[in-house]
Design a protein around this ligand. Sequence first.
Ligand SMILES: [Fe+2]
Length: 515
Amino acid sequence: MRRNSLYFAGGIGSTLAIAAVIEITGGLPSQLAHLYYIPVVISALMLPAKLRLTVALLASVAVSPLPDLLHGPLGLNTYYDDPAPWNLSSGGWIVRPVAFFAVSTVASAIIKERAAKAEAEAGAKLLGERLIQERTAKHITMATSKHRGKELNLLSRIDKMILGGATETEALREIARLTAAFTGSPVAGIVVPDEHGKLLQMFYGHSEASERLAEERLPIGEGVSGWAIMHGTVATSPNVFNDARYMKMAEFARRAGYTSAAAAPIVLDDEVLGALFVGRADEHNFTSDELATLQRIADQTAIAVASARQRHSLEELAHETAIALSDAIESRDPYTGDHCSRLAEYATLTATALGLAAKDVQSIRLGAALHDIGKITVPDHVLKKPDKLTPDEYAIIKQHCYSGGQICKRVPFLHVAYPIVYHHHERFDGRGYPDGLKGDRIPLGARIVTVVDAYDAMTSDRPYRKALPLAEAETILRDGTGTQWDPEIVDTFLSAMDTAAKREPTLSRLEHSLL
Ligand SMILES: [Fe+2]
């Protein structure tokens, strides 16, 4: 309202001012009469109908013959007496007022139309922006749900690994690999305190660089991993080279190829076992969603570790029980000594060298320890007979495979040992017992146990002979490949023993003690 009054006063005032200037400069006709369009047009643009028409009316009066009513008495020029053609003396003066009113009416309509169009365009733009915003929100939702789907897939793969009986080492290595693939990070791994609790160790990095650095010890408490382990919370660094926690680790980070890093603690029963770590090549501010995902994977890692440790404890219990049983049986024959324990170690060494899965290695270890458990049913006078056995006595001895198999069948945690215990006297050429199986049809664990059983028997003292030298036992094993034993297993066993003897002095001592 106040705005309209100002524009109206301006319109009236400027019209009167133009009229005064024209009168002072000699009155009409005057080129200055065109100036009346200024207040008329501005009023048409800015004022409501009544006010703008009032301005147009005043301008019309100013250019009309009406001022002549005053001009005569004052002795001034009159419009009608002016002969100039532009004065429109034949009544044409009406054209200008008509133009004023036309501008006041039409200009307003044009402005309204333009305003409506502008408003429509603004509305369309707004709608467009809203559509873009909605589409963006939809894309974000889709991306988030896709991201969440990938995360669930990763967590489910960890679950399957837990149920599949992976060992702690296998689980950690696979989780590090999956995390690196999921986050697209060149470096990822599990960092755990070492046995002295003084250093950190980078385990199972995914990238080539981190694999090279996998065994490198790091100062405890340093970096985001050290922080996560010490404080039990997620830690992140957008640029490790500007981070005080990396003062001692900057060189390591440079060699490992990461600039930004994040770590989540792996907590099991209120104890921080380690940290799940990811490193990116670029500077990066990890979002709260990314950190929450990292923590969820770390939590799942803790479950995997707990499950693997529990299973390992049960397996150890089963193995110790098996060894105790075997020892009880062996005690009837003092010459066999730690035969079953040694067999279990040799079989484990061979199975590992063959690249078998950890749970298969564990089954073979158990089977090797238990292989002669069936001898519990063999009478002493047959088992300990130093002389040649009669056919009937030999038949009784052969029964120990069947008896041992039956024992394994009755005890749930010994089921996995059944094929080994039952078939450990088969021969590679099919001339063994109890079923006369040949070649690859003999269970792998049983083929391994026949080799290591023979090796241990030859390299141990017996009532009727002294132990053979290792070289002689090796020759006998090699001569018997393809007939009594599987050639691949004999090769693998002997080379694994050779490698282990060079690497492990304890095993070497064990071998010497057998001489
Ligand atoms: Fe046997």
